[in-house]
Design a protein around this ligand. Structure first.
Ligand code: GDD
Ligand code: MN
Length: 367
């Protein structure tokens, strides 16, 4: 009996995500993008949050300078939070050297975290573009990124657009590329039918008026991507991830902590955003609810079925029912496969994140 229960839990744990993946890949991914497709050039405010980014910020600005988009329609706002290095000076010098593009440097006087800094920038009168693009100081994009993101906003139903992310150092970072590969497929597929609740904020555009309408970026989370995008999706706008536009992200050290922190923010988004949208009367029923439910289950509940199932099988083995050992041994063997290992690691991040959220939300994180 215990054995059967253990097997069923393990079966659900692996079956639901695999089934969902193949379902969306087959039924949703091939769908055409149902959005107005035309080159839409409008004023854009590009906001870069910085905290001790002296090593990356110059290259970041150089990278933005190469965007294939009229310079007169761009304003770059760098919002810094009490960096202790030369970030601010580097930005000011770069700005002096590039007088053909508007660059503003503003400072949030103390370090409160990325989301509070971005909200500070949104409230400042320096922000006036129809579209706001948030982009990390350590993320680099191709020359058409801005144009491809902005053109989607020609469709009035589009509220948020993000690029897919490619880790810069994927030779050493197999987890990251695996994570991005599997999830990029699912996110793009979800975007085709409505919206995806899981976004990557490394390069992400929002309709500014909508960000104001929802009262800025929700403060209960540390992310600038999944949470506001999901609020907009609940509001009835689409929050999509593009397949053809890729941003490269420098992988900093200490990946495990970073992954747990990102998972914490994602879980906060899953645990609070629907309620938040309803309370603020920003909620309408749509097909996005279905996507939300599946992803909610996959991130909040599904990870826990694995240790539970394994525990039951182990307990059964202790009670001398040795057939229970078979699936456990198979599991151990499968750890030899990279995909399987990465999946397990991802589940560990999610479970650790849920527990860690009990005492810290990591809104202002260590670099
Ligand atoms: N102004 C300000 N204040 N900027 C900050 C702060 C802060 O307290 N903390 C971090 N930043 C800036 C960084 O300088 C960088 O440009 C950007 O925010 C992202 O921070 P990283 O330290 O590079 O973290 P990441 O690569 O894991 O960032 C991702 O995680 C977030 C959620 O956990 C990004 O993709 C974000 O977009 C995402 O929302
Ligand atoms: Mn980063």
């Amino acid at each position: 009996m215990l054995e059967l229960l253990g097997l069923v839990l393990a079966g659900i744990h692996f079956g639901v995500p695999v089934g969902y993946y193949f379902y969306v890949k087959r039924n949703w991914l091939p769908k055409p993008w149902d959005i107005v497709d035309k080159d839409h050039m409008t004023k854009v405010t590009i906001i870069i949050p910085t905290y001790n980014e002296a090593a990356t910020i110059k290259e970041k600005l150089d990278n933005l300078y190469c965007q294939n988009y009229p310079r007169g329609l761009q304003e770059i706002v760098v919002v810094d939070s009490a960096s202790q290095d030369a970030t601010v000076e580097i930005v000011q010098e770069w700005s002096r050297e590039h007088s053909d593009i508007v660059v503003r440097q503003i400072s949030d006087l103390q370090r409160r975290g990325m989301v509070p800094a971005l909200n500070f920038a949104l409230r400042s009168h320096e922000t006036s573009g129809e579209i706001v693009v948030f982009t990390d100081a350590d993320a680099y994009c191709g020359p058409f990124a801005l144009r491809n993101v902005v053109r989607c906003f020609a469709d009035p139903r589009i509220g948020a657009v993000s690029a897919s992310v490619l880790p810069m150092d994927h030779a050493n970072e197999s987890t990251e590329s695996y994570y991005r590969g599997y999830y990029n497929t699912v996110r793009v597929a979800e975007s085709k039918v409505h919206s995806t609740p899981i976004q990557t904020g490394s390069f992400m555009g929002f309709r500014r008026e909508l960000l104001h309408r929802i009262g800025g970026l929700p403060a209960y989370t540390g992310n600038n991507d999944c949470t506001p995008a999901s609020v907009l999706a609940f509001l009835g706008y689409r929050a999509i991830q593009l397949e053809n536009e890729v941003v490269k992200e420098i992988i900093k050290k200490d990946q495990h902590l970073r992954k747990v922190r990102r998972a914490q923010h994602l879980l906060l988004s899953f645990l609070k955003t629907k309620k938040y949208a309803k309370e603020k009367e920003l909620y309408t029923k749509s097909v996005f609810d279905r996507i939300w439910r599946v992803e909610w289950y996959l991130h909040v509940v599904n990870p826990w079925l694995l240790p539970l199932g394994a525990f039951l099988l182990l307990a059964n083995t202790m009670a001398l029912v040795f057939t229970s050992l078979v699936p456990l041994v198979i599991g151990l063997f499968l750890l030899g496969s990279r995909t399987f290992r990465m999946w397990i690691l991802q589940q560990v991040y999610l479970m650790t994140a849920l527990v860690r959220n009990l005492w810290t939300k990591d809104i202002a994180w260590k670099q």
